[in-house]
Design a protein around this ligand. Structure first.
Ligand code: HEM
Length: 433
């Protein structure tokens, strides 16, 4: 090893990059920042000086160094609203809660969720085929809410609890937009959200008791109740974790679904190939969870995750000194990484701005090079379920017809809370004949 590789070459603060254009083209600004400065640079994000970590290798280094040194940066608002939810826990309490949550969300649990998910999806794709929809993104947000309620809480769309859950959840989601600091106390959304949280907790406790009694099928709830029955208080109550799962699932999965369907609408040749797989799924839904089945649908999923990664940034705070790419990061520093890191590297993904799912089919690219679900201590626990939901919705839709965007693709895009079209996006399924 050379001397310069052995010692940090550029100890001290990372270089500063101008944040100009970050609101309209955040990925472009991040990419340019990393092109000029390497894996680590400084930039104000929402007015706060932040160390940005990027590139595939940079994230690998970040995740290797994070334990005990970096904590998820959550605002007082997030702590109030989510209590002892997974992402508000630290150190061994966080690890304990993750261990208890994981089995119900893992690949092994998925076969039990296929039939209930297809039941939830059916009426929505029928409507798309018959009448289309005036706004694809809003529709998939609702569909994601209904799929999550079914799998995580055992609530079917026709039940009285479905409407109760949807109404209280919307009020809770609005509260997450209240000011993050002390000004939240003067915001009506905050107080309405606190009361919605109590309502949701009561609903979860009732459903949990029911699931434990009836050993309900096709829901994660019975397993989660059993996993938390003897959990130490420090691992947080199941009600807090359920609310966190429902929130973590919602905008992210809705974003992924929107972009999968938008890209299928824009690439008829892939849609036709994927439609053949969708017909096979209709005949044998088990294919949705068979590891080597549905290569085309899976390639569309991977390419959409690469090109349209739902989350823009994940925030951390340094709680102990650490070194990243040769720079010493002091405690109290805000650190952020982009789950898109490395997704536009032309050496790994040639013509990175183009939607080319074939790169994953031909083995030229590997989905393990994608950070869309994060990594390290806080890597997404819901990845298997999110991917199943996306595959099931794509297959359900393609079985009814080929996606079209009657008013064209989205003209304006927002990147937060997740990547999504700004304006309404008309969508329909066109009969293949
Ligand atoms: C396409 C859909 C999804 C994407 C792109 C996504 C992405 C992510 C990312 C990037 C993180 C890491 C955040 C960080 O580093 O701070 C994360 C964490 C998490 N995700 Fe997901 N997610 C998705 C769906 C889901 C679903 C469906 C669930 C649950 C059913 C879920 C549950 C969680 C939880 C609980 C965490 C926090 C883990 C922890 O703090 O230990 N996600 N997700």
């Amino acid at each position: 090893m050379s001397e310069s590789a052995a010692a940090p070459a550029t100890a001290g603060l990372p270089l500063r990059h101008p944040e100009r254009g970050f609101v309209t083209d955040p990925l472009g600004v991040l990419q340019e920042g990393h092109r000029r400065n390497g894996p680590v640079f400084r930039m104000p994000v929402d007015g706060v000086e932040t160390v940005l970590v990027g590139t595939w290798a940079g994230l690998g280094e970040l995740f290797a160094a994070e334990r005990g040194r970096l904590e998820v940066l959550n605002t007082p608002l997030v702590h109030d609203l989510f209590g002892r939810a997974l992402f508000n826990l630290t150190a061994e309490h966080h690890g304990e809660a993750r261990r208890r949550l994981r089995p119900a969300l893992s690949g092994r649990a998925l076969p039990g969720y296929v039939a209930p998910l297809l039941e939830v999806i059916g009426p929505t794709v029928d409507r798309w085929a018959l009448h289309g929809t005036a706004d694809l993104h809003e529709q998939v947000r609702r569909l994601t809410g209904a799929m999550s309620a079914r799998v995580l809480l055992g609530i079917s769309p026709g039940e009285a609890d479905a409407a109760r859950f949807a109404a209280a959840f919307e009020v809770f989601v609005l509260a997450t937009g209240a000011p993050p600091g002390p000004a939240r106390y003067a915001d009506r959304r905050y107080w309405a959200g606190r009361s919605a949280r109590r309502e949701l907790h009561a609903l979860f406790a009732r459903r949990a008791a029911q699931a434990a009694r009836d050993s309900a099928d096709g829901t994660a709830l019975a397993g989660l109740v059993a996993a938390f029955a003897d959990a130490p208080a420090a691992a947080g109550p199941l009600e807090d974790h359920l609310l966190a799962l429902l929130i973590a699932a919602r905008e992210t999965t809705a974003s992924l679904l929107t972009w999968c369907l938008v890209e299928l609408a824009g690439h008829r040749e892939h849609a036709e190939l994927a439609a053949a797989e969708a017909r096979a799924v209709a005949a044998d839904p088990g294919r949705l969870v068979a590891r080597d089945a549905l290569p085309v649908l899976r390639s569309v999923l991977a390419e959409s995750l690469r090109l349209h990664t739902p989350n823009l940034l994940s925030m951390r705070e340094a709680v102990c000194p650490l070194t990243l790419a040769g720079h010493r990061i002091e405690p109290g520093t805000r650190v952020a990484y982009s789950p898109s890191a490395g997704h536009f590297d032309p050496e790994v993904f040639p013509r990175p701005r183009q939607f080319r799912p074939g790169r994953f089919l031909a083995g030229q690219a590997n989905a393990s090079r994608l950070w869309a679900f994060g990594g390290g201590a806080h890597a997404c626990l819901g990845r298997p379920l999110a991917e199943l939901m996306a595959l099931a919705v794509m297959a359900g839709a393609l079985h009814k017809g080929l996606p079209t965007l009657p008013a064209g693709p989205p003209a304006q895009i927002t990147f937060r809370p997740a990547k999504a079209p700004v304006d309404q996006l008309p969508f329909a399924l066109e009969s293949a004949s």
